[in-house]
Design a protein around this ligand. Structure first.
Ligand code: NDP
Length: 478
């Protein structure tokens, strides 16, 4: 039996046990065994990163840029095999998985160029004879903790800027999807990263993740995952004064106004709510629809949903892959029961179905007649379940859109420039979408939210440097 090892201090190391990687489209398909790092190995990884930091942070932007470019190219060259592995372990469809792999490659390429853009400032001092410079430096050792729903893109958008700006990395992926993380680590190692600069430690969050967050030699933590875990991490990081960045959940609204183009509205809703099996932090889980278009919209969305094929992620023609695992499937089904119990009407889908292979198949579910206070409208379900909330007019729709503790992405479908502009200015979200789905973003601009969705500096694009660098102000007597 091959064990996929952790990568610590430039060596592939077995752990204290193994984690089985199971295909959610076919639970008989065991993808592989992945080494579970011990807490002592986590210490070794942090020590290796600490030791590598002085040389790496001074290594110069040319060599770091070239390394990132090589990594990006290797990811792109292997897109077919990485895409298949990702679809197999996470359950998103093969086109979605391959698209995610390509995105990861593009992100490495972006930061390969971005590091060459790093600028400082040189200013006259308010005191005669002095000169002031403001520059950015690497932070040190950064712990990266990622969720299961984007097994290669989220690691890429944390690892690439961390390395680009001269930091060393200890990366802990979600234990449900170790395959893509391991394949990415292999590429980073093959591309020639110096020993200790990049380390992979697989294992459960409550053990390895917790040890990473608590480690006194880890200068900063970048985390993407659920709000509960994020809160805990923020508290630990604050107590030991470590820099922290959190990207968490969403309960993203898509507002559909009477004047919307119906086809655009349906496309935005179906894509945003159900693609990637609804397992996206930017998913449109609340569809807020004004009365004049409500019935036509619901009818057209249901028609479109009936045409969606829920099946094995690797099968040609599948639109919706399985839910990631049994626990998440149970959570989705529980919320469907909760919605029914709260008096909402399940107008389409929401059934566990069987396919040729044993997997966690759930048809996309749509609730109508929902009220803003229902749990299905307040809590993140993180599955292919969307609700429709009826609104009288734009003003009420906007108020409903903002009536949530989250604030990641918010969308509107309208032909009114006035309402689109007003929504862009007044939606309480980090990202606003006009006539496009709430999910689906570019990689060269900031990603992140407000309120309970995000904490700390933005990720991606040039804004990533806020988190991955620290500022130095130097005074020189000329
Ligand atoms: P979790 O919070 O359960 O896990 C996220 C990561 O944290 C995993 O690697 C997990 O490890 C680890 N972890 C768990 N407990 C701890 C702990 N005590 N200390 C340190 N690390 C820990 O989230 P999910 O994996 O279930 O991911 C789904 C969530 O991610 C959703 O809420 C979704 O909205 C959010 N998300 C947010 C995005 C954003 O950018 N805003 C993007 C994508 C997802 P392990 O799983 O191995 O135990």
């Amino acid at each position: 039996m091959t064990i996929h090892c952790n990568y610590i201090g430039g060596e592939w190391r077995e752990g204290q046990g193994t984690i089985a990687n199971i295909n959610p489209s076919d639970t008989n398909d065991r993808i592989g065994e992945y080494a579970e790092a011990s807490p002592a190995q986590l210490d070794e990884a942090v020590a290796a990163a600490r030791q590598a930091f002085p040389a790496w942070s001074r290594s110069g932007i040319q060599s770091r840029s070239e390394l990132l470019d090589r990594i990006g190219q290797m990811i792109l060259d292997r897109r077919a095999q990485l895409g298949e592995l990702l679809a197999r372990e996470e359950g998103k469809t093969l086109p979605e998985a391959t698209g995610e792999v390509v995105r990861a490659g593009q992100i490495f390429k972006f930061f390969s160029g971005e590091i060459l853009q790093l600028r400082g400032e040189l200013q006259p001092s308010v005191r005669p004879g002095l000169e002031v410079s403001v520059t950015r430096e690497a932070l040190g050792v950064i712990g990266l903790i990622t969720p299961w729903n984007f097994p290669i893109a989220i690691p890429a958008w944390k690892i690439a800027p961390a390395l680009a700006y001269g930091n060393c990395v200890v990366f802990k992926p979600a234990e449900l999807v170790p395959g893509s993380a391991h394949a990415l680590a292999q590429i980073i190692a093959e591309a020639g990263v110096p020993d200790g600069v990049f380390n992979l430690v697989m294992g459960p969050g409550r053990v390895i993740g917790d040890a990473l967050v608590n480690h006194p030699q880890v200068d900063a933590i970048s985390f993407t995952g659920s709000q509960n875990t994020g809160r805990r991490i923020a508290a630990v990081a604050a107590a030991r004064l470590a820099k922290v960045q959190l990207e968490m959940g969403g309960k993203n609204p898509l507002v559909v106004l009477d004047d919307a183009d119906l086809d655009t509205a349906v496309e935005c809703a179906v894509n945003g709510a159900f693609f990637s099996t609804g397992q996206r932090c930017t998913a449109s889980s609340r569809l807020i629809v004004t009365s004049g278009i409500h019935d036509r919209f619901v009818e057209a969305v249901c028609e479109r949903m009936k045409a969606l094929v829920t099946d094995h992620a690797l099968k040609a023609g599948t639109h919706i892959g399985p839910v990631v695992d049994e626990r998440q499937l149970k959570q989705d089904l529980d919320y469907i029961d909760i919605g029914r119990g709260e008096g909402a009407t399940l107008v389409c889908g929401g059934e566990r179905v069987e396919r040729e292979t044993p997997g966690f198949y759930l048809t996309p579910a749509l609730f109508t007649g929902t009220e803003p206070q229902m749990r299905i409208n307040r809590e993140e379900i993180f599955g292919p379940v969307a609700t429709v909330i009826r609104a009288d007019d734009y003003e009420q729709a906007l108020a409903l859109a903002n009536d949530t503790e989250f604030g990641l992405s918010a969308g509107i479908v309208t032909r009114s420039l006035k309402h689109a502009s007003h929504f862009k200015a007044n939606a309480q979200a980090g990202m606003v979408m006009v006539n496009v789905p709430t999910a689906g973003v570019d990689y060269h601009v900031p990603f992140g939210g407000r309120k309970g969705s995000s904490y700390g500096a933005r990720e991606q694009g040039s804004y990533a440097r806020e988190f991955y660098t620290t500022v130095k102000t130097a005074y020189t007597l000329a």
